[in-house]
Design a protein around this ligand. Structure first.
Ligand SMILES: Cc1cc2nc3c(=O)[nH]c(=O)nc-3n(C[C@H](O)[C@H](O)[C@H](O)COP(=O)(O)O)c2cc1C
Length: 388
């Protein structure tokens, strides 16, 4: 799926080039570089990506997957082949042919991106740049950082193109309407293809059974983590975990629990200190074991007598969802006492949370550090009593 997606994306870039109304921001940069450096585009593409790949290697390797390599070694050559092939078919295209190529290019790139992203087998070296800035260096929000990297790419591309002696007229071929569309408006179309094409293929006929086996494995393999890496989680993973929490069953479907998601280091440390004091641990001990994210589950006592069970099921969902994404978690207690204290009450008031909420538990989240989890203890003998 990953290979299919990348090939489709590469073909679409070739079509964008025929349209000559602008390519996606990274390709804008590549087009400028291509105009300046007299070597084959495919080779140039591999070199530029190799530089970014070293950046990935140094700063965050976990975005590296099969798709990274397919992108690295294949995309440039397929783009070049498609472009050269189409040039033999479409000679000096009229403006309506170019507009048609642009539309076809956008649709196809969204279709390809949906497959490449849904396969979730690594990201391209360029996609990794914004992800590393946001998730590893904790600088800014993804959508804004991505726009900045895109704008930098386009400016560099145009600059290199002008340096190569290209005329102002030629700029629209590398930074035109196609660039604006791909930089800002591809999201909804990618999502459409995700829902209607990529995910159905991924979850094909035999997948349901595999999926069920996978769920059972996750439930059995989850273990409490007591040593986390400092590294921030990806926002999409965190959102997926929280979403799973909100789908836990609740008594009378009252949905009594709420989740407070803390990624702010300052607040996270204050909560940790509060929890440490309640637990009576010695100074300097971090009861959240270094986790960069803390999810706190509370439940409204006044809404349903099952509130503790409701909140506990949310806790379970959060921890199992984390495990399914390869993320470590643990239940850390003393949320009840924490939110009975002035500290907790003020925290809720600051957030505008109104109601009779009791703290159920904390789920610290993060990537597991070496020695962070222990093997499961053997299950006790008299766990199950059968009545057949
Ligand atoms: C209600 C509850 C409260 C817990 N509180 C803490 C805690 O405050 N600190 C801690 O290190 N572990 C805590 N744990 C984690 C348990 O110690 C852990 O789940 C247990 O040892 C089993 O290990 P496993 O989760 O790896 O299977 C808690 C677990 C539960 C269910």
């Amino acid at each position: 799926m990953s290979l299919f997606g990348v090939i489709i994306c590469a073909i679409s870039v070739g079509i964008f080039k025929i349209a000559a109304l602008g390519v996606d921001p990274f390709q804008s940069f590549m087009a400028g570089l291509d105009a300046l450096v007299p070597i084959k585009f495919g080779t140039l593409y591999v070199i530029a990506n190799a530089v970014l790949f070293i950046f990935m290697l140094i700063f965050d390797r976990h975005y590296i997957g099969i798709a990274t390599f397919i992108n690295l070694f294949l995309l440039g050559y397929i783009t070049q082949f498609t472009y050269e092939f189409l040039q033999t078919l479409i000679v000096e295209p009229a403006i309506w042919v170019r507009v048609l190529c642009l539309i076809v290019g956008v649709v196809i790139i969204c279709f390809g991106s949906a497959f490449y992203m849904t396969a979730d087998l690594g990201v391209s070296t360029y996609d990794a740049v914004a992800l590393i800035i946001v998730n590893t260096w904790k600088r800014g929000k993804f959508q804004y950082v991505r726009i900045i990297t895109d704008v930098v790419c386009v400016l560099l591309g145009v600059g290199l193109f002008l340096l190569s002696g290209g005329g102002v007229k030629g700029i629209i071929a590398i930074a035109g309407v196609g660039t604006i569309i791909t930089a800002f408006f591809m999201g909804p179309l990618i999502e459409f293809f995700n829902v209607h094409c990529a995910r159905p293929v991924l979850n094909g006929k035999n997948k349901k059974e595999e999926y069920m086996k996978e769920t059972l494995k996750v439930l059995e393999s989850r273990r409490s983590c007591r040593k986390f890496k400092n590294e921030m989680l990806r926002e999409e993973d965190l959102n997926a975990i929280i979403r799973a929490g909100t789908f836990a069953p609740t008594g009378m479907n009252k949905q009594t629990p709420i989740i407070i998601a803390v990624t702010n280091k300052d607040l996270r440390d204050k909560i940790s200190e509060e929890n440490r004091k309640i637990g009576g641990w010695k100074e300097g001990f971090d009861p959240f074991y270094g986790a960069p994210v803390i999810l706190i589950v509370l439940a409204n006592k006044a809404e349903c007598p099952t509130y503790i069970y409701d909140g506990s099921l949310v806790m379970g969902n959060l921890m199992n969802a984390a495990e399914s994404l390869g993320i470590g978690s643990i239940w850390i207690h003393r949320a009840k006492e924490e939110f009975e204290s002035d500290f907790g009450k003020k925290l809720l008031a600051d957030l505008g949370v109104d109601g009779d909420f009791e703290g159920i538990g904390h789920v610290p989240l993060g990537y597991v550090d070496e020695g962070g989890v222990k093997a499961a203890a053997p299950r006790k003998e008299n766990y199950v009593y059968w009545v057949k």
